[in-house]
Write a protein that binds this ligand. Sequence first.
Ligand SMILES: [Zn+2]
Length: 441
Amino acid sequence: MHTETLEAINVKLPLQQSEELYTVKARGGRWTAVERQEAVVVSSEHLPIQGLSFDELKTTALLDLEGKVMLPGFVDAHMHLDKAYSLPWVRNRSGTLLEAIENYRAASPAFTKEMIRDRIVKAALSSASFGSAVLRSHLDVPVHMGREMAMRTIEAALEAREKVSEIVDIQYFPMFFYDPAYERELTEFASETLRMGIDGIGGAPHLSPNPETNVGWAFRLAQLFDKPIDLHTDESDNPDMKTIDIYCDYVKAGGYGGRATAGHLCSLSAMEHNEAERLIAKMADAGIAAVTLPAVNLYLQGRGDRGNVRRGVTRVRELEEAGVTIAAASDNIQDPFHPFGRGDLLQIGLMTAYAAHLAKEEDIVTVLRLLTTNPAKLAGLTQYGIAPGNPASFVVLDACSEEELFQELPSSRWVYNKSKWTFASMLSRFGLEPSVSGSLV
Ligand SMILES: [Zn+2]
């Protein structure tokens, strides 16, 4: 049985912007105290976390973290769990976004609901084992290829969410591919999914035959159902691709600041600096959040370039400095859009540090915020972070400083969420509850 109370001494909390050590206490899955220590606490009653078996960990109320880093559970704000691990079935010879979309579409009819559900469960559990507590996943729902096929993914997603609900939370944003020729069917389908418990409206207007009408349609639906909106935006090397401009207008006019997110924003990095600055200021003013997906965009973008290859990663530092809420996220895992990845946000943080030139000491804390507090804010989590009253959702990593996190990418992690320890990776990568371990594929 898990203990009702938990106390950990000698904890490093990098997000507190302090070099000190802390004592943290929780009861019934909520933080009750976060206290700064004067010095290292020596206590024979507190057991070092390193070396405890998973069963011992669950029954130990007093822990000594010996200076290890604790972070609030990561929030992976942009994933495609339904496509994860589909690479053996769907390849991508050119490495371009368009071929990935085409090949995935061609393979989709053969994916059963069970296959999709199991892929989502596996990707969600892998992410949780690395320390993520909340995931936001887009879903592929090509209604124009048949309603049944699109609904298969929605049903698989809802079943998967139920299966992992004691371990990790998932938000779903189906990508509604708008085409005026299918507007009636699409609106009907989207409305039904929202009634079924889908969390918000997704899409990729820059790929639509009519981007402006697409953004308008998505907004009307979001407002009608009072749901947040999260659009793939300008995932292109073309500097003239600027659907973000229209998106900002709608967010501002509809008072949707704080409930609207733009993912990718690759063209923002390709365009001339003054124009990018104008759009970034417009985003800050409208209150649109941004998500950078460095792994996938380093893989997919710049494929037409020779020599000085564009990297496709948006202007992270400029967005951050302008006051835009910006997160870094996994995007695709082992599928035609990205052959690598494992749902480990620390790995994504390291890539962000390289790709966005965020590597000074103070930048490291910025990178950590891109994985924690910023995505928590855009995902609408109101009680987030290691502070009294909030849910005790956290990951302990085998590193003694924020820099060491990215230097060592520690594989030893201890994850606590939903009033219990869910993983202890040093001891058993998948320290799963029995009900869930049976569903691993
Ligand atoms: Zn995406």
